[in-house]
Write a protein that binds this ligand. Structure first.
Ligand code: NAP
Length: 245
């Protein structure tokens, strides 16, 4: 596959990009930090023993960068088969409640600006005859919960949009894969106490790659989080008001 990848510099994105490069997928990296992007591009090319990996600046806080970045990816790769978005921002509920400007940034990056980036990507993929749009949302968007009221609401909106895209455009050749990670040990969750069934980026990446290949519209990763969220989604409000998770 030819893949335009937003978020390959760290965490789950880095693990997924490495697995894609290792099996021979051609990548074009998008991200906000040009030095980080160049380091990741060299790392991927060396690991895959491939042609140089190219990159372009794309910042989820600056929507004016989206179209030029995707155009650069198309120019470099020729045809784009897949666009992956793992980039996102996180803050704990305490941090976000205490700093409403930070809360606004998290809500804008994770929801409004990611959706607008996906709209650009959708047009690009469909103009090329179709392809796959794989975007990382979160289990935090599955149910209103005390510790993720603000961050989770941004991911709830994103999951809703991705499901709608799949309903609307799959018949026209656009495959949408919504990834819902549970707790995964990355820089984003550093300092937080891992719950049972916390995952690692490599395990999540393998599961996501299999879901992309199988054209699954939605995947929980690690696997157990699908069952955990099934239970949490079915709990009555009375219980949700009392529990702390
Ligand atoms: N870790 C978890 O437990 C967990 C659980 C559920 C969902 N998720 C979601 O899964 C995705 C990946 O999470 P992760 O834990 O792998 O995160 P991570 O290690 O913190 O990596 C985040 C990535 O997002 C990029 N990014 C952040 N802000 C950006 C911006 N404004 N423009 C462009 N790129 C930006 C970062 O690029 P830089 O190199 O420039 O910093 C980095 O590549 C996120 O969407 C996250 O919300 C994570």
């Amino acid at each position: 596959m030819n893949v335009a990848f937003l978020g390959a510099t760290k965490g789950m994105g880095r693990a997924l990009a490495r697995q894609m490069a290792a099996r021979g997928d051609r990548l074009f990296l998008l991200g906000r930090d040009v030095a980080e992007l160049e380091r990741s591009a060299v790392d991927l090319a060396v690991r895959a023993d491939s042609e140089p990996v190219k990159a372009a600046a794309c910042d989820l806080e600056r929507p004016e960068t989206f179209a030029p970045a995707l155009a650069a990816a198309k120019e470099a790769l020729g045809k784009i088969d897949c666009v992956v978005v793992t980039a996102g921002l996180f803050g704990t509920q305490d941090q976000l409640e205490a700093d409403l400007d930070f809360a606004r940034r998290v809500l804008t990056v994770n929801y409004a600006n990611t959706v607008i980036f996906c709209e650009h990507a959708r047009h690009l993929l469909m103009e090329g005859g179709g392809g796959t749009l794989c975007v990382f949302s979160s289990v935090a968007g599955d149910r209103g919960r005390k510790p993720v009221a603000l961050y989770g609401s941004s991911k709830a909106g994103l999951s809703h949009y991705l499901e709608s895209l799949d309903h609307k455009y799959r018949a026209d050749g656009l495959v949408t894969v919504c990834v819902k990670p549970g707790f995964v040990k990355t820089g984003m969750t550093e300092g937080l106490k891992p719950p049972p069934f916390a995952g690692d980026p490599e395990g999540v990446a393998s599961r996501v790659l299999a879901a992309i290949d199988a054209k699954k519209p939605m995947v929980y990763a690690p696997f157990m989080w699908g069952w955990i969220m099934l239970v949490i989604r079915s709990l009555p409000r009375l219980v949700m008001r009392r529990v702390g998770f």
